[in-house]
Design a protein around this ligand. Sequence first.
Ligand code: FAD
Length: 412
Amino acid sequence: MVQDERIAVVGAGLIGLCSAWYLARSGASVTVVDRGVVGGETSSGNTGWVVPALSAPVAAPGSVRQGTQMLFHRDNPFRIKPRPSPSLARWLAAFIRSARPDRFKAGAEAILALNEHTLELFDQLREDGVSFEMHQGGIVFLCLSPGAADAAEQRFAALGYSGEIERLDGTQARQLEPSVGPAVRGALHIKPERVVRPETLTRGLHQALLTRGVEVLEHTPVRQLRRDGAGWILTAGTREIRCHKVIVAAGIWSLQLCRQLGIRIDMQPGKGYSLTTDGEGARPRHALFFVEAMVGAAPYEGTVRLAGMLELAGMDPRPHERRIGLLRSAARAYLRGWDPGEQGEPWAGLRPLPPDGLPIIGEIPGRPGAYLATGHGMVGLTLAPASGALLARTILDGGAPDKLAPFSPARF
Ligand SMILES: Cc1cc2nc3c(=O)[nH]c(=O)nc-3n(C[C@H](O)[C@H](O)[C@H](O)COP(=O)(O)OP(=O)(O)OC[C@H]3O[C@@H](n4cnc5c(N)ncnc54)[C@H](O)[C@@H]3O)c2cc1C
Protein backbone atom coordinates (compact mmCIF):
# COMPACT_ATOMS: atom_id res chain seq x y z
CA MET A 1 0.00 0.00 0.00
CA VAL A 2 1.21 3.52 -0.82
CA GLN A 3 1.81 5.44 2.42
CA ASP A 4 -1.10 7.76 3.30
CA GLU A 5 -3.46 6.20 0.80
CA ARG A 6 -7.08 7.17 1.59
CA ILE A 7 -9.84 4.66 0.94
CA ALA A 8 -13.51 5.66 0.81
CA VAL A 9 -16.27 3.18 1.59
CA VAL A 10 -19.74 4.02 0.24
CA GLY A 11 -22.39 2.43 2.49
CA ALA A 12 -22.34 1.84 6.24
CA GLY A 13 -24.22 -1.46 6.32
CA LEU A 14 -22.52 -4.57 7.66
CA ILE A 15 -20.52 -5.08 4.47
CA GLY A 16 -19.18 -1.52 4.29
CA LEU A 17 -18.49 -1.40 8.04
CA CYS A 18 -16.59 -4.70 8.06
CA SER A 19 -14.59 -3.69 4.98
CA ALA A 20 -13.70 -0.40 6.70
CA TRP A 21 -12.84 -2.24 9.92
CA TYR A 22 -10.27 -4.58 8.36
CA LEU A 23 -8.74 -1.73 6.36
CA ALA A 24 -8.46 0.47 9.45
CA ARG A 25 -7.13 -2.44 11.53
CA SER A 26 -4.27 -2.72 9.02
CA GLY A 27 -3.50 0.98 9.37
CA ALA A 28 -5.22 2.42 6.27
CA SER A 29 -6.86 5.87 6.32
CA VAL A 30 -10.57 5.27 5.76
CA THR A 31 -13.68 7.42 5.24
CA VAL A 32 -17.10 5.76 5.43
CA VAL A 33 -20.00 7.62 3.77
CA ASP A 34 -23.69 6.78 4.14
CA ARG A 35 -26.71 8.57 2.77
CA GLY A 36 -28.60 7.75 5.99
CA VAL A 37 -27.38 6.52 9.36
CA VAL A 38 -24.91 3.73 10.12
CA GLY A 39 -26.64 0.35 9.87
CA GLY A 40 -29.95 1.99 9.02
CA GLU A 41 -31.07 -0.29 6.16
CA THR A 42 -31.01 -4.06 5.57
CA SER A 43 -28.32 -4.55 8.20
CA SER A 44 -30.62 -3.50 11.04
CA GLY A 45 -33.77 -5.64 11.44
CA ASN A 46 -32.49 -8.95 10.05
CA THR A 47 -32.44 -12.20 12.03
CA GLY A 48 -28.75 -12.02 12.87
CA TRP A 49 -27.98 -15.69 12.40
CA VAL A 50 -24.34 -16.56 11.83
CA VAL A 51 -24.93 -19.57 9.64
CA PRO A 52 -22.16 -21.09 7.52
CA ALA A 53 -24.48 -24.14 7.32
CA LEU A 54 -27.17 -22.11 5.56
CA SER A 55 -25.07 -20.02 3.22
CA ALA A 56 -25.50 -22.04 0.01
CA PRO A 57 -26.95 -20.16 -3.00
CA VAL A 58 -30.75 -19.87 -3.12
CA ALA A 59 -30.60 -20.95 -6.78
CA ALA A 60 -30.43 -24.69 -6.03
CA PRO A 61 -31.58 -27.77 -7.95
CA GLY A 62 -35.29 -28.13 -7.14
CA SER A 63 -35.68 -24.50 -6.07
CA VAL A 64 -37.13 -23.50 -9.44
CA ARG A 65 -39.86 -26.18 -9.22
CA GLN A 66 -40.52 -25.44 -5.55
CA GLY A 67 -40.50 -21.71 -6.23
CA THR A 68 -42.91 -21.82 -9.16
CA GLN A 69 -45.42 -23.72 -7.03
CA MET A 70 -45.32 -20.93 -4.46
CA LEU A 71 -44.34 -17.76 -6.17
CA PHE A 72 -47.52 -16.03 -7.15
CA HIS A 73 -49.54 -16.83 -4.02
CA ARG A 74 -49.75 -13.84 -1.68
CA ASP A 75 -49.37 -15.84 1.58
CA ASN A 76 -46.38 -17.96 0.60
CA PRO A 77 -42.93 -17.25 2.00
CA PHE A 78 -41.55 -16.82 -1.55
CA ARG A 79 -43.47 -14.40 -3.71
CA ILE A 80 -43.05 -12.49 -6.93
CA LYS A 81 -45.19 -9.44 -7.44
CA PRO A 82 -46.33 -9.90 -11.05
CA ARG A 83 -45.25 -6.89 -13.14
CA PRO A 84 -43.76 -6.20 -16.56
CA SER A 85 -40.04 -5.81 -15.80
CA PRO A 86 -37.27 -6.67 -18.29
CA SER A 87 -34.70 -6.63 -15.46
CA LEU A 88 -36.75 -9.12 -13.42
CA ALA A 89 -37.20 -11.38 -16.47
CA ARG A 90 -33.44 -11.29 -17.11
CA TRP A 91 -32.73 -12.02 -13.45
CA LEU A 92 -35.16 -14.98 -13.38
CA ALA A 93 -33.58 -16.47 -16.51
CA ALA A 94 -30.12 -16.19 -14.92
CA PHE A 95 -31.48 -17.67 -11.67
CA ILE A 96 -32.79 -20.73 -13.54
CA ARG A 97 -29.41 -21.23 -15.24
CA SER A 98 -27.63 -20.92 -11.87
CA ALA A 99 -29.81 -23.65 -10.32
CA ARG A 100 -28.14 -26.31 -12.53
CA PRO A 101 -26.53 -28.95 -10.25
CA ASP A 102 -22.95 -28.23 -11.41
CA ARG A 103 -23.27 -24.48 -10.93
CA PHE A 104 -24.99 -24.85 -7.57
CA LYS A 105 -22.28 -27.23 -6.35
CA ALA A 106 -19.49 -24.85 -7.41
CA GLY A 107 -21.27 -21.90 -5.77
CA ALA A 108 -21.95 -23.78 -2.52
CA GLU A 109 -18.28 -24.86 -2.31
CA ALA A 110 -17.08 -21.30 -2.93
CA ILE A 111 -19.28 -19.95 -0.13
CA LEU A 112 -18.27 -22.74 2.27
CA ALA A 113 -14.63 -21.80 1.60
CA LEU A 114 -15.39 -18.09 2.15
CA ASN A 115 -17.01 -19.06 5.47
CA GLU A 116 -14.08 -21.23 6.57
CA HIS A 117 -13.04 -18.84 9.38
CA THR A 118 -16.37 -17.08 9.97
CA LEU A 119 -16.87 -18.15 13.59
CA GLU A 120 -13.26 -17.30 14.51
CA LEU A 121 -13.64 -13.90 12.83
CA PHE A 122 -16.68 -13.09 15.00
CA ASP A 123 -14.67 -14.08 18.11
CA GLN A 124 -11.75 -12.00 16.90
CA LEU A 125 -13.95 -8.92 16.43
CA ARG A 126 -14.82 -9.15 20.12
CA GLU A 127 -11.18 -9.72 21.11
CA ASP A 128 -10.32 -6.57 19.14
CA GLY A 129 -12.78 -4.58 21.27
CA VAL A 130 -15.84 -4.49 18.98
CA SER A 131 -18.75 -4.80 21.39
CA PHE A 132 -21.93 -6.63 20.30
CA GLU A 133 -24.54 -9.13 21.50
CA MET A 134 -23.77 -12.71 20.44
CA HIS A 135 -25.34 -16.02 21.54
CA GLN A 136 -23.99 -19.54 21.13
CA GLY A 137 -26.07 -22.71 21.43
CA GLY A 138 -26.79 -23.44 17.80
CA ILE A 139 -29.94 -23.22 15.72
CA VAL A 140 -32.75 -25.73 16.00
CA PHE A 141 -34.68 -26.62 12.84
CA LEU A 142 -38.24 -27.55 13.84
CA CYS A 143 -40.32 -29.72 11.49
CA LEU A 144 -44.01 -30.57 11.61
CA SER A 145 -43.27 -33.84 9.77
CA PRO A 146 -40.34 -36.26 10.18
CA GLY A 147 -40.06 -36.21 6.35
CA ALA A 148 -39.13 -32.51 6.42
CA ALA A 149 -36.38 -33.27 8.95
CA ASP A 150 -35.08 -36.10 6.68
CA ALA A 151 -35.01 -33.72 3.72
CA ALA A 152 -33.16 -31.02 5.68
CA GLU A 153 -30.64 -33.58 6.95
CA GLN A 154 -29.99 -34.79 3.40
CA ARG A 155 -29.48 -31.22 2.17
CA PHE A 156 -26.77 -30.59 4.79
CA ALA A 157 -25.04 -33.88 3.92
CA ALA A 158 -25.09 -33.05 0.19
CA LEU A 159 -23.56 -29.64 0.89
CA GLY A 160 -20.54 -31.16 2.59
CA TYR A 161 -21.25 -29.17 5.77
CA SER A 162 -19.00 -30.65 8.47
CA GLY A 163 -20.36 -28.97 11.62
CA GLU A 164 -22.08 -31.11 14.27
CA ILE A 165 -25.79 -31.74 13.61
CA GLU A 166 -27.96 -33.77 16.01
CA ARG A 167 -31.23 -35.33 14.83
CA LEU A 168 -34.07 -35.15 17.40
CA ASP A 169 -37.64 -36.40 17.57
CA GLY A 170 -40.44 -34.15 18.84
CA THR A 171 -40.02 -35.18 22.50
CA GLN A 172 -36.26 -34.60 22.44
CA ALA A 173 -36.84 -31.22 20.76
CA ARG A 174 -39.18 -30.22 23.63
CA GLN A 175 -36.58 -31.37 26.20
CA LEU A 176 -33.93 -29.24 24.52
CA GLU A 177 -36.19 -26.24 24.00
CA PRO A 178 -39.25 -26.02 26.28
CA SER A 179 -41.07 -23.51 24.04
CA VAL A 180 -41.48 -26.15 21.29
CA GLY A 181 -45.13 -27.13 20.81
CA PRO A 182 -46.79 -30.55 20.40
CA ALA A 183 -47.15 -30.23 16.61
CA VAL A 184 -43.37 -30.54 16.11
CA ARG A 185 -42.47 -34.13 15.08
CA GLY A 186 -38.79 -33.84 14.17
CA ALA A 187 -35.86 -31.47 14.61
CA LEU A 188 -32.21 -30.90 13.77
CA HIS A 189 -29.89 -29.13 16.16
CA ILE A 190 -27.13 -27.42 14.19
CA LYS A 191 -24.76 -26.89 17.05
CA PRO A 192 -21.95 -24.56 15.89
CA GLU A 193 -24.20 -21.78 14.54
CA ARG A 194 -24.71 -18.52 16.45
CA VAL A 195 -26.95 -15.49 16.72
CA VAL A 196 -25.87 -11.86 16.78
CA ARG A 197 -28.20 -8.92 17.33
CA PRO A 198 -27.39 -7.02 14.13
CA GLU A 199 -28.07 -3.51 15.45
CA THR A 200 -25.54 -4.08 18.23
CA LEU A 201 -22.94 -5.21 15.68
CA THR A 202 -23.36 -2.15 13.43
CA ARG A 203 -23.25 0.07 16.54
CA GLY A 204 -20.18 -1.74 17.88
CA LEU A 205 -18.35 -1.47 14.55
CA HIS A 206 -19.27 2.23 14.28
CA GLN A 207 -17.77 2.90 17.73
CA ALA A 208 -14.69 0.82 16.99
CA LEU A 209 -14.10 2.65 13.69
CA LEU A 210 -14.33 6.04 15.41
CA THR A 211 -11.86 4.82 18.04
CA ARG A 212 -9.44 3.89 15.24
CA GLY A 213 -9.74 7.40 13.77
CA VAL A 214 -11.97 6.47 10.81
CA GLU A 215 -14.10 9.34 9.48
CA VAL A 216 -17.78 8.27 9.35
CA LEU A 217 -20.10 10.63 7.46
CA GLU A 218 -23.85 10.08 7.88
CA HIS A 219 -26.67 11.76 5.91
CA THR A 220 -24.23 12.17 3.02
CA PRO A 221 -25.54 10.55 -0.18
CA VAL A 222 -22.92 9.76 -2.80
CA ARG A 223 -24.30 10.89 -6.15
CA GLN A 224 -21.30 10.52 -8.42
CA LEU A 225 -17.97 8.69 -8.59
CA ARG A 226 -15.41 9.90 -11.10
CA ARG A 227 -11.79 9.21 -11.90
CA ASP A 228 -9.25 11.83 -10.90
CA GLY A 229 -5.77 10.98 -12.15
CA ALA A 230 -4.81 7.83 -10.29
CA GLY A 231 -7.62 8.23 -7.74
CA TRP A 232 -11.32 8.96 -7.39
CA ILE A 233 -13.57 11.89 -6.49
CA LEU A 234 -16.90 11.24 -4.79
CA THR A 235 -19.61 13.86 -5.00
CA ALA A 236 -21.23 13.28 -1.62
CA GLY A 237 -23.84 15.58 -0.15
CA THR A 238 -22.43 19.07 -0.42
CA ARG A 239 -18.80 18.00 -0.55
CA GLU A 240 -16.25 16.32 -2.76
CA ILE A 241 -14.22 13.50 -1.24
CA ARG A 242 -10.89 12.68 -2.83
CA CYS A 243 -9.54 9.20 -2.33
CA HIS A 244 -7.06 6.80 -3.86
CA LYS A 245 -9.45 3.87 -3.81
CA VAL A 246 -13.17 3.43 -3.32
CA ILE A 247 -15.39 0.53 -2.26
CA VAL A 248 -19.04 0.55 -3.29
CA ALA A 249 -20.83 -1.33 -0.49
CA ALA A 250 -24.24 0.26 -0.86
CA GLY A 251 -26.36 -2.91 -0.64
CA ILE A 252 -29.09 -3.08 -3.27
CA TRP A 253 -28.50 0.60 -4.05
CA SER A 254 -25.07 -0.34 -5.43
CA LEU A 255 -27.01 -0.92 -8.66
CA GLN A 256 -27.50 2.83 -9.07
CA LEU A 257 -23.84 3.63 -8.42
CA CYS A 258 -22.77 0.90 -10.87
CA ARG A 259 -25.08 2.40 -13.52
CA GLN A 260 -23.51 5.79 -12.85
CA LEU A 261 -20.07 4.18 -13.34
CA GLY A 262 -21.27 2.70 -16.64
CA ILE A 263 -21.01 -0.95 -15.56
CA ARG A 264 -23.69 -3.61 -15.35
CA ILE A 265 -24.24 -6.04 -12.51
CA ASP A 266 -27.42 -8.02 -11.90
CA MET A 267 -29.35 -7.98 -8.60
CA GLN A 268 -32.97 -7.84 -7.45
CA PRO A 269 -34.14 -6.52 -4.09
CA GLY A 270 -35.18 -9.62 -2.10
CA LYS A 271 -37.58 -8.24 0.44
CA GLY A 272 -37.83 -9.83 3.87
CA TYR A 273 -39.77 -9.01 7.01
CA SER A 274 -39.22 -9.13 10.74
CA LEU A 275 -41.16 -8.53 13.92
CA THR A 276 -39.30 -7.82 17.16
CA THR A 277 -41.54 -8.53 20.10
CA ASP A 278 -41.28 -9.44 23.78
CA GLY A 279 -44.42 -11.53 23.32
CA GLU A 280 -46.15 -13.32 26.15
CA GLY A 281 -44.82 -16.25 28.17
CA ALA A 282 -41.39 -17.84 28.48
CA ARG A 283 -39.25 -16.75 25.53
CA PRO A 284 -37.42 -19.41 23.44
CA ARG A 285 -33.83 -19.99 24.56
CA HIS A 286 -32.51 -21.17 21.20
CA ALA A 287 -32.57 -19.74 17.72
CA LEU A 288 -35.32 -21.66 15.92
CA PHE A 289 -36.17 -22.24 12.27
CA PHE A 290 -39.77 -23.21 11.50
CA VAL A 291 -38.92 -25.31 8.47
CA GLU A 292 -42.21 -25.64 6.54
CA ALA A 293 -43.12 -21.98 7.21
CA MET A 294 -39.55 -20.82 6.40
CA VAL A 295 -39.57 -18.40 9.33
CA GLY A 296 -36.75 -17.95 11.82
CA ALA A 297 -36.78 -16.86 15.45
CA ALA A 298 -33.84 -15.22 17.19
CA PRO A 299 -33.89 -14.81 20.96
CA TYR A 300 -32.05 -11.66 22.00
CA GLU A 301 -31.49 -10.14 25.43
CA GLY A 302 -35.05 -9.33 26.59
CA THR A 303 -36.87 -9.86 23.29
CA VAL A 304 -37.41 -12.14 20.28
CA ARG A 305 -37.19 -11.43 16.56
CA LEU A 306 -39.25 -13.43 14.09
CA ALA A 307 -38.09 -13.04 10.49
CA GLY A 308 -38.40 -14.48 7.03
CA MET A 309 -40.04 -14.23 3.57
CA LEU A 310 -38.46 -13.56 0.23
CA GLU A 311 -40.41 -11.29 -2.08
CA LEU A 312 -39.36 -9.99 -5.46
CA ALA A 313 -41.55 -6.93 -5.38
CA GLY A 314 -39.33 -4.07 -6.53
CA MET A 315 -37.93 -1.39 -4.23
CA ASP A 316 -40.96 -1.21 -1.91
CA PRO A 317 -39.55 -0.97 1.66
CA ARG A 318 -42.87 -1.05 3.58
CA PRO A 319 -43.50 -3.78 6.21
CA HIS A 320 -46.98 -4.91 5.11
CA GLU A 321 -49.16 -5.98 8.04
CA ARG A 322 -50.46 -9.09 6.28
CA ARG A 323 -46.92 -10.47 5.86
CA ILE A 324 -46.03 -9.58 9.47
CA GLY A 325 -49.15 -11.56 10.47
CA LEU A 326 -47.65 -14.63 8.76
CA LEU A 327 -44.60 -14.42 11.05
CA ARG A 328 -46.94 -14.48 14.07
CA SER A 329 -48.94 -17.46 12.73
CA ALA A 330 -45.74 -19.42 12.01
CA ALA A 331 -44.59 -19.01 15.62
CA ARG A 332 -48.01 -20.10 16.88
CA ALA A 333 -47.93 -23.26 14.74
CA TYR A 334 -44.59 -24.45 16.17
CA LEU A 335 -44.45 -23.10 19.74
CA ARG A 336 -46.37 -23.25 22.99
CA GLY A 337 -45.69 -21.32 26.15
CA TRP A 338 -44.57 -18.25 24.21
CA ASP A 339 -46.82 -16.23 21.95
CA PRO A 340 -45.67 -13.27 19.83
CA GLY A 341 -48.72 -11.23 20.92
CA GLU A 342 -50.17 -8.40 18.86
CA GLN A 343 -47.57 -5.72 19.65
CA GLY A 344 -43.97 -5.44 18.49
CA GLU A 345 -41.81 -3.62 16.00
CA PRO A 346 -42.48 -4.55 12.35
CA TRP A 347 -39.66 -4.11 9.85
CA ALA A 348 -38.87 -4.89 6.22
CA GLY A 349 -35.52 -4.87 4.44
CA LEU A 350 -34.21 -5.35 0.90
CA ARG A 351 -31.55 -8.01 0.45
CA PRO A 352 -29.15 -7.40 -2.45
CA LEU A 353 -29.77 -10.61 -4.41
CA PRO A 354 -27.67 -11.62 -7.44
CA PRO A 355 -29.28 -14.39 -9.54
CA ASP A 356 -26.47 -16.88 -8.85
CA GLY A 357 -26.63 -16.31 -5.07
CA LEU A 358 -22.94 -15.41 -4.89
CA PRO A 359 -21.76 -12.13 -3.40
CA ILE A 360 -20.02 -9.63 -5.67
CA ILE A 361 -16.61 -8.79 -4.22
CA GLY A 362 -13.57 -7.41 -5.97
CA GLU A 363 -12.11 -4.76 -8.27
CA ILE A 364 -14.45 -3.53 -10.99
CA PRO A 365 -13.09 -4.44 -14.44
CA GLY A 366 -11.95 -1.33 -16.32
CA ARG A 367 -12.22 0.89 -13.21
CA PRO A 368 -8.85 0.56 -11.45
CA GLY A 369 -9.04 1.40 -7.77
CA ALA A 370 -12.85 0.95 -7.59
CA TYR A 371 -14.15 -2.15 -5.81
CA LEU A 372 -17.56 -3.70 -5.24
CA ALA A 373 -18.69 -5.44 -2.04
CA THR A 374 -22.35 -6.26 -2.35
CA GLY A 375 -24.79 -9.03 -3.33
CA HIS A 376 -24.59 -10.89 -0.01
CA GLY A 377 -28.28 -11.69 -0.25
CA MET A 378 -29.67 -13.93 2.50
CA VAL A 379 -26.42 -14.17 4.50
CA GLY A 380 -24.76 -10.76 4.58
CA LEU A 381 -24.33 -10.75 8.34
CA THR A 382 -22.69 -14.17 8.28
CA LEU A 383 -20.35 -13.27 5.43
CA ALA A 384 -19.54 -9.67 6.40
CA PRO A 385 -16.34 -10.33 8.41
CA ALA A 386 -14.92 -12.83 5.87
CA SER A 387 -15.76 -10.55 2.91
CA GLY A 388 -14.34 -7.49 4.64
CA ALA A 389 -11.15 -9.25 5.70
CA LEU A 390 -10.42 -10.66 2.22
CA LEU A 391 -11.34 -7.47 0.40
CA ALA A 392 -9.07 -5.44 2.69
CA ARG A 393 -6.23 -7.86 1.91
CA THR A 394 -6.90 -7.51 -1.83
CA ILE A 395 -6.85 -3.73 -1.63
CA LEU A 396 -3.83 -3.39 0.63
CA ASP A 397 -1.62 -6.16 -0.76
CA GLY A 398 -2.75 -6.10 -4.40
CA GLY A 399 -3.86 -9.22 -6.26
CA ALA A 400 -6.93 -11.20 -5.29
CA PRO A 401 -6.95 -14.17 -2.90
CA ASP A 402 -8.10 -17.37 -4.67
CA LYS A 403 -11.12 -17.54 -2.37
CA LEU A 404 -12.51 -14.34 -3.89
CA ALA A 405 -12.19 -15.47 -7.53
CA PRO A 406 -15.74 -16.93 -7.77
CA PHE A 407 -17.20 -13.63 -6.52
CA SER A 408 -15.53 -11.32 -9.03
CA PRO A 409 -17.70 -8.52 -10.52
CA ALA A 410 -16.18 -9.57 -13.88
CA ARG A 411 -18.67 -12.46 -14.10
CA PHE A 412 -21.48 -10.12 -15.25
C1 FAD B 1 -35.65 -10.51 6.89
C2 FAD B 1 -34.16 -10.67 6.70
C3 FAD B 1 -33.48 -11.56 7.50
C4 FAD B 1 -32.11 -11.76 7.32
N1 FAD B 1 -31.46 -12.60 8.16
C5 FAD B 1 -30.12 -12.80 8.03
C6 FAD B 1 -29.44 -13.68 8.91
O1 FAD B 1 -30.04 -14.26 9.81
N2 FAD B 1 -28.12 -13.89 8.72
C7 FAD B 1 -27.42 -13.26 7.71
O2 FAD B 1 -26.24 -13.54 7.56
N3 FAD B 1 -28.05 -12.38 6.87
C8 FAD B 1 -29.38 -12.15 7.02
N4 FAD B 1 -30.02 -11.27 6.18
C9 FAD B 1 -29.26 -10.63 5.08
C10 FAD B 1 -28.49 -9.40 5.53
O3 FAD B 1 -29.34 -8.58 6.31
C11 FAD B 1 -27.99 -8.61 4.31
O4 FAD B 1 -27.31 -9.46 3.43
C12 FAD B 1 -27.01 -7.51 4.75
O5 FAD B 1 -27.58 -6.70 5.73
C13 FAD B 1 -26.61 -6.64 3.55
O6 FAD B 1 -25.72 -5.66 4.05
P1 FAD B 1 -25.17 -4.51 3.11
O7 FAD B 1 -24.16 -3.78 3.91
O8 FAD B 1 -24.78 -5.08 1.79
O9 FAD B 1 -26.45 -3.61 2.79
P2 FAD B 1 -27.28 -2.46 3.68
O10 FAD B 1 -27.33 -2.91 5.09
O11 FAD B 1 -28.51 -2.27 2.95
O12 FAD B 1 -26.31 -1.27 3.62
C14 FAD B 1 -26.15 -0.45 2.48
C15 FAD B 1 -25.92 0.97 2.96
O13 FAD B 1 -25.61 1.78 1.82
C16 FAD B 1 -26.18 3.04 2.01
N5 FAD B 1 -26.30 3.70 0.71
C17 FAD B 1 -27.07 3.34 -0.34
N6 FAD B 1 -26.89 4.18 -1.38
C18 FAD B 1 -25.98 5.10 -0.97
C19 FAD B 1 -25.40 6.24 -1.58
N7 FAD B 1 -25.69 6.59 -2.85
N8 FAD B 1 -24.53 6.98 -0.86
C20 FAD B 1 -24.20 6.65 0.42
N9 FAD B 1 -24.74 5.57 1.04
C21 FAD B 1 -25.60 4.81 0.36
C22 FAD B 1 -27.52 2.74 2.67
O14 FAD B 1 -28.03 3.86 3.35
C23 FAD B 1 -27.16 1.59 3.59
O15 FAD B 1 -26.86 2.02 4.91
C24 FAD B 1 -31.41 -11.03 6.32
C25 FAD B 1 -32.08 -10.09 5.55
C26 FAD B 1 -33.46 -9.91 5.72
C27 FAD B 1 -34.17 -8.88 4.90
